[in-house]
Design a binder for this molecule. Structure first.
Ligand SMILES: Cc1cc2nc3c(=O)[nH]c(=O)nc-3n(C[C@H](O)[C@H](O)[C@H](O)COP(=O)(O)OP(=O)(O)OC[C@H]3O[C@@H](n4cnc5c(N)ncnc54)[C@H](O)[C@@H]3O)c2cc1C
Length: 405
């Protein structure tokens, strides 16, 4: 997405301009691993520790709704995108200590009264390798997940929007938004092609938000991610039916999802760059990938999966993209404090797919129907408010040294 300005949403078509700095859909959404993964345990249990079980459950249930929401929008708009939604994520662990921790956390979360965790099943140690086909698997978790190609999805939606009269301007970076409203109550949005005046401005500018909304400086940090595509000349007897997370320790994990053409998208790759903070933290360069990240994918499937040794699987593409990371791992959504008419929809970290879509719908309700944040059904933990903006402590870098030793 990009920066959206709105003049009149009651007119037909609504008077909306989308200002995009680069090509349409060229940011993280176009570059991601395609996993629509509403994690019903990991993230939820850590939120329960920090904010209480009710708030955590609300977030988990909100994410879970995304699978059905994508499905129904795709049907309604007749989009030609394959959504694989009836499958399980296999989160596989290869260390005994991680497995014990995971099982304890899981039980603790159930004891706290979690309902959403019931979607998650434990894979016992004795079955782990045969169920998952992962070499050295010691156990794990499974939960419902989906996958799709987000670029294809977004571009088809954009096409429909443009066809009904929404004004999309690409290669038009926003340089700044006025500090206060004009006498006629419109914000001034500056670009090098001129000024746009709008009643409402939505910042859906991901990691770049702080460059045009300075109050978010240090609160939305650009962090690089890496993905690769593996092609499989001689597919194994049993094709990869599930999506996977291979968790090697508490900071090193990769995620894998197969595509309808049989290729596999693998994301993660942290050991190749995590030791060098400048390579990934506060870095907005999505133009090139380091050589070691490329080599990381050599024989990846053969090294980690049984029955893949003779497949000739190799990586034909590796790319990088920038995510908007946050101190607390939560998005910022809603009206920007002290800026009525300016709204934000950002900070989705590395998990935008099961969050951005319905969050945007909630934000649209605020604009179109004039409802307050609390009446949108959005989780209260997503609401942007003064508290996180004034909290200067960043947890993104904490522990990096010990993680990479
Ligand atoms: C390599 C990689 C793999 C990932 N894998 C997954 C995954 O498998 N599952 C998952 O859920 N999430 C994944 N993510 C995260 C996910 O892609 C993001 O959370 C999500 O795409 C964020 O969407 P967005 O619309 O906020 O940001 P973006 O898609 O980055 O869009 C922001 C847009 O704003 C534009 N912009 C910025 N500044 C300006 C300006 N000043 N003026 C105008 N326009 C501007 C940018 O050009 C960009 O097009 C991954 C991310 C990366 C990088």
């Amino acid at each position: 997405m990009a920066l959206i300005v709105e003049f009149d949403c009651t007119s037909k078509p609504p008077s909306i301009v989308i200002l995009e700095a680069h090509q349409a859909c060229s940011g993280a959404t176009a570059r991601n691993g395609g996993q629509l993964k509403p994690d019903s345990f990991h993230r939820a249990s850590s939120l329960a520790r920090d904010y209480g079980i009710d708030a955590a459950e609300k977030v988990a249930a909100f994410k879970a709704k995304h699978l059905a929401a994508f499905q129904s929008l795709m049907q309604m708009e007749n989009l030609s995108v394959t959504l694989r939604s009836a499958e399980r994520m296999m989160c596989i662990l290869t260390r005994v200590v991680s497995l014990r921790l995971e099982v304890d956390n899981y039980q603790d979360f159930i004891d706290k009264g979690s309902r959403t965790v019931k979607k998650t099943d434990i894979i016992p140690q004795e079955l782990a390798e045969s169920v998952s086909s992962v070499i050295g698997a010691l156990g794990g978790l499974t939960y419902p997940t989906g996958r799709l190609w987000p670029y294809k999805f977004v571009m088809q939606l954009l096409e429909r929007l443009v066809s009904i009269g929404i004004n999309l301007q690409t290669y038009t970076p926003v340089l700044g938004v006025s500090d206060s409203t004009h006498a006629n109550e419109r914000w001034e949005v500056r670009t090098d092609r001129g000024v746009v005046r709008a009643k409402r401005v939505v910042f859906s500018t991901n990691e770049y938000t702080s460059t045009i909304a300075p109050q978010y400086k240090g609160k939305i940090v650009p962090v690089r991610g890496v993905c690769g595509r593996t092609v499989v000349p001689n597919p194994p007897e049993h094709a990869m039916e599930n999506s996977y997370i291979l968790r090697f320790n508490d900071w090193h994990f990769d995620y894998l999802a197969s595509r309808p053409d049989g290729s596999i998208i693998v994301g993660g790759v942290k050991p190749t760059f995590y030791h060098d903070t400048a390579q990934w933290y506060n870095n907005t360069d999505d133009s090139e990938v380091s050589g070691s990240a490329i080599r990381y994918f050599d024989d990846y499937m053969q090294r980690h999966f049984h029955d893949w040794q003779d497949t000739g699987a190799y990586t034909d593409r590796v790319w990088t993209g920038i995510m908007g990371y946050t101190t607390d791992g939560l998005p910022y959504v809603g009206i920007i404090p002290n800026k009525p008419g300016q709204l934000v929809l950002a900070r989705f970290n590395g998990r935008g797919m099961p969050q951005v879509f319905l969050t945007a719908e909630g934000l649209a309700q605020m604009i179109v129907d004039g409802v307050g944040y609390e009446d949108t059904g959005l989780p209260r933990l997503f609401k942007t408010n003064k508290e996180p903006l004034e909290n200067q402590k960043s947890q993104i870098l904490s522990g990096v040294e010990e993680k990479t030793m």
